[in-house]
Design a binder for this molecule. Structure first.
Ligand SMILES: Cc1cc2nc3c(=O)[nH]c(=O)nc-3n(C[C@H](O)[C@H](O)[C@H](O)COP(=O)(O)O)c2cc1C
Length: 183
């Protein structure tokens, strides 16, 4: 059975981030031939095009992790109706130098949880626009706009009972999407 390594990009640096918790919890719904690794974006410098010819070590590491992956999973909060700056910074870094983007062709899923009722829908739409330009095919359906509520993730770090069927369906579609595009 083929193995699939997924690079997980969490758009929050917050210690107790709901989105990081969600990323860890949803991994558990994947089949055993899928492995997930959260990439670090908090140590990246602010993107500066002057540095394209001499990218910093954390940037090289990020790009290598993305290149090595067969798929991407973005799990991000919504900040002021868009994606957090730290996530955009990471995306910009790994897209450069021009013509040497690490993202191109990697199948992706987009998820997010926020305290607001619209559950990161605008952040996800902005992210999809960016990823479309970067030639990243994103799973369109099912969409998952998740509001942070008591019991979303249980004490053991699993998706809570009320959301499990929905999230399992999302994961099943995501797995099929990655396999289709990684083939
Ligand atoms: C700068 C900032 C902007 C935010 N803007 C939004 C927003 O536009 N929509 C929303 O639903 N929540 C917004 N929130 C609330 C986040 O949903 C909430 O802080 C959430 O816990 C962040 O995700 P995390 O727990 O993974 O860090 C914002 C929070 C911050 C700090």
């Amino acid at each position: 059975m083929s193995q699939y390594q997924i690079a997980v990009v969490v758009g929050s640096l917050r210690h107790s981030s709901f989105n990081r918790q969600l990323a860890h919890a949803i991994e558990k719904l994947a089949p055993p031939n899928f492995s997930f690794r959260q990439v670090t974006i908090g140590d990246l410098p602010l993107y500066n095009q002057d540095d394209d010819a001499n990218q910093a070590e954390p940037v090289k590491r990020l790009k290598a992790e993305i290149v090595a992956a067969q798929g991407l999973l973005f799990v991000t909060p919504e900040y002021n109706r868009s994606i957090p700056g730290v996530l955009k910074n990471a995306i910009d870094h790994a897209s450069r130098p021009y013509g040497q983007s690490a993202w191109a062709g990697k199948p992706a899923g987009v998820l997010g949880v926020s305290v607001g009722a619209i559950g990161t829908s605008l952040a996800q739409q902005h992210l999809r626009n960016i990823l479309a330009y970067l030639d990243v095919p994103t799973l369109g359906q099912p969409e998952a706009f998740i509001q942070a509520k008591e019991g979303l993730i249980d004490q053991a770090g699993n998706i809570g009972a009320d959301s499990r069927k929905f999230m399992q369906d999302w994961m099943d579609h995501y797995v099929a999407w990655v396999i289709k595009h990684a083939a």
